[in-house]
Design a protein around this ligand. Structure first.
Ligand code: UD1
Ligand code: CA
Length: 460
């Protein structure tokens, strides 16, 4: 049988130190789960098969990855059942053959670059090692397994923090948690792991010393950038990873021609696209599948989620969710586009205007304090201050149609279903319940009556 490259990704742990209801590997970093970065890395390195080991809260992890090209293996968990990274890998024993090259990664280390894992695999193949560990030399090795080398620098074992002597604790070369093994070498040693350590776990790291005692070839590959191996065991480490990932993302956008006034306070999710010469002020948050065009200025607490913004728009302190904004549109300050809104070229949505499930035509303006809900608004319409599209009768929602060139006076209510024809005028303060035809003026309010001398009569 032809040999394969198989990845095994460990994601069955409890993640106790996170103190969370959510499985550790599902916590987001720059909007994507920790585990997704690890799986993406395996996919990018063209592994023939990706096996994810699940255990604690397995259902949630399976659910989050049901559309991914991965195979799940369940690690049994519970009182009296062994625990540990070695036991986790054992659960995938029937997913690799003796001839395969098996890459093992922990699901809680999202920062490895694709090239790092690729270079590591190339090195292992070139040297034909039975086993190889990816290591890093770090400033603060606390918490990580220490790499034990003989005088001739040959790796002979890995000692966990909790089992290390003071002398071993002083070692600054640590296990990143990434290994590659020949299938046969891994299989032969996994069965001989023991729980004779301070945590009473089956440690994957012990495979190294077993291979060495079997006379197998064991190598180490030191990565240059210690930042890549940051593991997430606690919220503090989660925050550090977020910082690194965010910096990488923002720097990539800057390299592509986007200006950030203060990258440290600008949150851009992985996968967001931003066009050249756009400018992001501090406090901007871009989430999900968001695409921003060229020459766009985003100011203040603007949050844009799963939306597409065209070229030349200016958005000030506003919230935009699942909407499409075409070119040269100005929004805010303090506007809210709720899902399924589409603003055509040159629209202006001003202070405290809310738009929901509506199409707003070219160059239409709603400058102040309006609600446009379930509306089909044509081009060149003027929507005055305080206009309300009354779209809900308590049971059902209805649409309002406003044709091109219409003028909706301030403080009017358009009670849906209703239609205002082309170039029609609605007088300020009207409550419109019947359709208004093209070119008509509709006034719906009682006539103003002025009573002379009323005040002095009342007081006298
Ligand atoms: C592990 C390594 C340590 C290394 C560090 C790198 C061991 C014994 N220790 O320590 O040498 O420096 O990673 O980040 O391997 N998991 C399971 N099943 C289990 C236990 C854990 O799938 O029974 C998974 C966890 O979900 C996690 C990963 O394995 O994604 C690592 O487990 P964790 O408990 O975080 O190990 P560390 O103490 O960080
Ligand atoms: Ca860890």
């Amino acid at each position: 049988m032809e040999s394969l490259k198989v990845s095994i990704i460990l994601a069955a742990g409890e993640g106790t130190r996170m103190k969370s209801k959510l499985p550790k590997v599902l916590h987001p970093v720059a909007g994507k789960s920790v585990l997704s970065y690890v799986v993406d890395n395996c996919i990018a390195n063209e592994m023939g098969k990706n096996v994810v080991i699940v255990g604690h809260k397995a259902e949630k992890v399976r659910e989050a990855f049901e559309d991914w090209d991965v195979i799940f293996r369940e690690q049994p968990v519970g009182p009296g059942i062994p625990y540990g990274t070695g036991f986790a890998v054992k659960s995938a024993m029937d997913e690799f053959c003796d001839e395969d090259l098996v890459l093992i990664l922990t699901g809680d280390t999202p920062l490895f670059q694709k090239e790092t894992i690729g270079n590591f695999l190339n090195y292992v193949e070139e040297k034909d090692f039975d086993g190889c560990v990816l290591t890093a030399i770090v400033n603060n090795p606390f918490g990580y397994g220490r790499i034990i080398r003989k005088e001739n620098s040959q790796i002979v074992g890995i000692v966990e923090e909790k089992d290390a002597s003071d002398k071993e604790k002083a070692i600054t070369e640590v296990n990143t948690g990434v290994f590659a093994f020949k299938g046969s070498a891994l299989r032969n040693t996994l069965d001989r792991l023991e729980t004779n350590n301070s945590q009473k776990e089956l440690y994957l790291t012990d495979v190294v010393k077993l291979l060495v005692s079997d006379g197998k070839s064991v190598g180490g590959y030191i990565i240059g950038n210690e930042e890549e191996m940051l593991g997430i065991n606690s919220r503090i480490q989660l925050c550090r990873c977020e910082e690194v990932m965010r910096r990488r993302i923002n720097e990539k956008h800057m390299e592509n021609g986007v200006t950030f006034l203060d990258p440290a306070s600008t949150v851009v999710d992985a996968g967001v696209e931003i066009g050249r010469d756009s400018v992001l002020y501090p406090g901007v948050i871009l989430q999900g599948n968001t695409i921003i065009g060229e020459d766009v200025t985003l100011i203040g607490s603007t949050r844009i989620f799963n939306s597409k913004i065209g070229n030349g728009c200016v958005i000030d302190n506003s919230c935009i969710e699942q909407s499409v904004v075409e070119n040269e549109v100005t929004i805010g300050p303090y506007a809210h586009l709720r899902p399924n809104s589409q603003l055509m070229d040159g629209v202006h949505i001003g202070n405290f205007v809310e738009v929901k499930n509506s199409i707003v035509g070219e160059k239409t303006k709603a400058g102040h304090l309006a609600y446009i809900g379930d509306g089909d608004v044509g081009s060149g319409v003027n929507i005055g201050c305080g206009v309300i599209f009354a779209n809900y009768n308590g049971h059902k929602k209805f649409r309002t149609v406003v044709e091109e060139g219409a003028f909706i006076g301030s403080n009017s209510n358009l009670v849906a279903p209703v239609k205002v024809g082309k170039d029609a005028y609605i007088a300020a303060g009207s409550t419109i319940t019947k359709d208004v035809s093209e070119g008509e003026l509709s006034v719906e309010r009682s006539q103003q009556k002025n009573i002379p001398g009323w005040t002095s009569r009342k007081n006298g």
